[in-house]
Design a binder for this molecule. Structure first.
Ligand code: CAO
Length: 452
């Protein structure tokens, strides 16, 4: 019997080489070419095959050890005389035993017992091997470029990968469970991560998720121009609107409320308004009607939570869009359902003033369930407001106008208020939206019901 020392081979200049897996234990019998251990550098993972058959006598390194130099002894294999005779016979027949062991003779099939040390080694004995120790499930049949997406693999399936590959995956945000391994013994190697990332990036482009770029135009070619910059509020609004436009499938539904009686009542409050130092506009009535409709149509008072859930709010805070010189601001009027018309009117004036003088606090613009955007004082017959996502609804109010309405016997002059409800069709169905808007219309058309 003689002792064969297995040494670190020529590493081709690789640095920071580490022993990432020992596939045999002391006392194991090994065949020629059977994998003894796996080394990994930043460039590659390599298996070290047994140069001779015999019994592993001594293992001189542990998993996680850094390789110091080429030629460093790694393992000692006791070679029996019978085996030695075989080896020398083989050597005399062909001086290159390496080439005699083609890939098809993979030791996995040849010596299943020796090749399954992982099951024999409990995790407690080799915690560092936890991620590489269990046998990996056979990968699904590769079917081309998309086969890397292993969404079907159980998330707790063990993954064979060394520390460098794991670090690379972490840095790139790649879930190793989803990467198809191509390395030896179902090992994920650096190239697998790279091609995974390449494919995902290509998918993004092919999948149309990228937005075509609007070409820039030299407007000065066509006449005099000047340039300017968006205000900070303008930039934030632009980003929010873009996000909502891209994410939310908007539906906008239109109706008109007959506010003839509301207007008569409102005008009758002029003296009371003077006494309070307030002007009563249609907006507080609209807020009040929305709070009642949110209460009765709770789906509009939800927020989507991820793709499968929602949050049902039990409070009724409503944002009110305020036009300011610096841009659009949306203060939030809290607990609209519990406040009276005058109280709401006072808050609107206070918030509009704060918004226009830059005094709104951040928390006064948070927590809305729904938004009202009124262009009534400005004009227009209708517009399609963009939802302030993650809210699921917004009411756009346009300018009321006196119009002839058929009352069954004749046309009568009535004041009609055009309303447009935009809703997030992922959460709100047309029927929900229809019921909500119909209720708002009914409440504004008969304001006595608002008191109920
Ligand atoms: N139809 C007809 N007249 C209306 C009306 C309507 N729907 N809504 C308000 N008015 C009248 C008011 O009654 C008032 O007239 P009087 O002085 O004769 O009474 C006048 O318009 C001015 O109202 P106001 O603007 O001072 O107050 P308001 O309560 O109507 O609105 C606020 C308050 C803060 C909503 C408003 O000032 C504002 O900023 N609106 C713009 C919101 C906006 O920009 N939305 C778009 C967002 S998306 O880009």
């Amino acid at each position: 019997m003689s002792i064969e020392t297995v040494r670190v081979p020529d590493l081709g200049g690789a640095e920071e080489v580490e022993v990432i897996e020992l596939t045999v234990a002391e006392g194991d019998s090994v065949e020629v070419e059977q994998t003894l251990l796996v080394l990994e550098s930043e460039k590659a993972t390599m298996e070290l095959p047994a140069p001779v058959a015999g019994v592993v006598k001594k293992i001189l390194v542990a998993e996680g050890d850094k390789i110091e130099r080429e030629g460093q002894p790694l393992m000692e294999i006791a070679v029996s005389s019978a085996t030695e005779a075989e080896v020398s016979e083989g050597e005399s027949a062909d001086a290159s035993p390496d080439e005699e062991a083609p890939d098809e003779e993979a030791p996995d099939e040849e010596a299943p017992d020796e090749e399954a040390p992982d099951e024999e080694a409990p995790d407690e004995e080799a915690p560092a091997r936890e991620d590489v120790s269990a046998k990996r499930e056979a990968p699904p049949a590769a079917t081309g470029p998309a086969a890397d997406d292993r969404a079907d693999v159980a998330s707790d399936a063990p993954v064979y990968a060394g520390p460098y590959v794991r670090r690379l995956a972490r840095e790139l945000g790649v879930d190793l469970q989803r990467v198809e391994p191509s390395g030896p013994r179902q090992r994920v190697v650096k190239e697998d991560i790279q091609s995974f990332v390449r494919r995902r990036l290509a998918e993004k482009v092919d999948g149309g998720a990228n937005i075509p770029v609007v070409p820039s135009v030299d407007y000065a070619r066509f006449g005099a121009v000047s340039t300017g910059e968006l205000t900070k509020i303008g930039r934030i609004t632009a980003a929010n609107m873009h996000r909502s436009w891209l994410n939310v499938p908007h539906v906008t539904q239109f109706d008109s409320a007959d506010i003839t009686e509301l207007e008569t009542f409102r005008r009758a409050q002029a003296r009371e308004g003077e006494a309070r130092g307030l002007k009563l506009t249609p907006v507080p009535f609209i807020l009040k009607a929305c709070a009642a409709a949110l209460r009765d149509n709770p789906v509009l008072n939800r927020a989507l939570d991820g793709t499968a859930g929602f949050v049902q709010r039990e409070y009724f805070h409503i944002g009110l869009a305020v036009d300011t010189e610096r841009g659009l601001l949306v203060p939030v009027i809290r607990d609209v359902d519990r406040k009276g018309i005058w109280e709401l009117a006072a808050e609107i004036v206070e918030f509009a003033e704060k918004a226009r003088t830059g005094k709104l606090k951040v928390n006064e613009m948070q927590g809305a369930c729904f938004t009202v955007s009124s262009l009534g004082a400005i004009g227009g017959e209708g517009f399609t407001p963009i939802i302030n996502t993650p809210e699921v609804g917004i009411l756009g109010v346009s300018r009321s106008a006196v119009q002839p309405v058929w009352n069954g016997t004749e046309f009568a002059p009535r004041t009609l208020l055009p309303l447009a409800l935009s809703y997030d069709h992922r959460m709100v169905n047309g029927a929900d939206g229809g019921r909500f808007l119909t209720q708002v219309v009914a409440l504004l058309s008969d304001i006595r019901t608002l008191l109920l």
